[in-house]
Design a protein around this ligand. Structure first.
Ligand code: DP6
Length: 331
């Protein structure tokens, strides 16, 4: 096959990945665990070409510069695996509104890993796809997997991949606080954290501990414990990031107000727990039966979207890819 289309969803980590022990292989300093969402999909078609270079279109527009280099470097990994040399045309669309801070590199590289590996004739199993997606963006390793995914830190390329974990059913409300582009990328901020934060060694050991506790809480189907770990771990990550030199602060005053509101809601019997990635937007987990109440309660802070656990990366038929609005869906 010389063309293939795939779709993947972003994920929000409940135990965060923050820091690499190998920049080239993207091996993390600790494992992590996330919820793959059922919204904000990225759909990508990869078509092999006789052209002398790769090209990358996002939402119909040709992309150049660092973003395009990152796609080419990723395709180089796929070509290595496949023993191929042909270049490729990559055509992607994001369902998340552009600039809303929700379009994610995790969904993007998970969809690209599946579409590109198929276009180059590879049939990878889920762990191998997860390892491949990891090379594009660490968190993409988890978007290969449906629902709750645990990324095993591993010690080399072969042992660092994500797999599914059983957990109680839950929902998430995502509150968009700002749509502005972040000032410092996660990749750069992770480097600065490792190089300058006095708390970094403690972060690594405490993340391993939080992950072990989280895995136990998932196995016990203990939503309260899952929530407590999620919220305290998120606040620890943001404290760590703020301890860099020069400091980086992703949370806005409105983000903090949402953490406070969620705590107050718990006092009123609406059991929910907040987290945030490298930006000001807040994701709040809740039991399914209280999800709509939570969304209504948080709407005063900004657009609040209720999402659930979603599918792992999946291949699309030509017709599905065309419906996703790809300008060059395979004929
Ligand atoms: C805060 O996966 O985007 O969302 O591997 O450098 O591409 P790179 O980083 P990336 O970082 C995600 C950081 C995070 C936490 C998480 O998703 O676990």
């Amino acid at each position: 096959m010389t063309t293939a289309a795939a779709r993947a969803f972003p994920n929000i980590a409940l135990v965060k990945y923050w820091g690499k022990r190998d920049e080239d292989l993207i091996l993390p300093v600790a494992g992590s665990l996330s919820l793959t969402l059922d919204a904000f999909a990225t759909t990508t078609t990869v078509t092999l070409t006789d052209e002398g270079q790769d090209s990358f279109r996002l939402g119909g527009d040709e992309v150049a510069g660092e973003a395009a280099h990152r796609v080419t470097r990723f395709l180089d990994h796929v070509r290595d695996l496949a023993g191929a040399s042909a270049h490729a045309v990559v055509d992607s669309t994001n369902e998340a509104p552009t600039g809303a801070g929700l379009a994610s590199s995790a969904a993007g590289f998970a969809a690209l890993a599946l579409a590109a590996s198929r276009a180059y004739g590879l049939k990878l199993d889920a762990p191998s796809l997860s390892r491949l997606a990891r090379r594009g963006s660490g968190s993409a390793a988890r978007s290969i997997i449906p629902g709750i995914a645990q990324w095993h830190a591993g010690h080399d390329d072969a042992s660092s991949f994500a797999e599914a974990v059983d957990a109680p059913d839950m929902r998430m409300v995502i509150v968009t606080v700002s749509t502005a582009q972040k000032a410092v990328s996660s990749r750069e901020a992770m480097r600065r954290t490792a190089a300058t934060s006095p708390y970094y060694p403690a972060w690594i050991s405490s993340t391993e501990e939080s992950l072990a506790q989280m895995v136990d809480a998932c196995a016990a189907s203990d939503f309260t414990r899952i929530g407590e770990i999620t919220e305290s771990h998120a606040l620890r990550m943001h404290a760590l990031i703020q301890s860099c030199e020069p400091p980086i602060r992703y949370l806005a005053p409105q983000s903090i107000a949402i953490f406070d509101a969620v705590q107050a809601l718990r006092g009123e019997g609406l059991e929910a727990y907040a987290t945030a990635d490298a930006g000001p937007n807040i994701a709040v987990i809740v039991r399914p039966e209280q999800a709509e109440d939570l969304r209504d309660a948080l709407a005063e802070f900004g657009p609040a979207r209720l999402v659930g656990p979603g599918a792992g990366a999946a291949l699309l038929t030509d017709a599905e890819a065309a419906r996703a609005g790809l300008s060059e869906a395979p004929a």
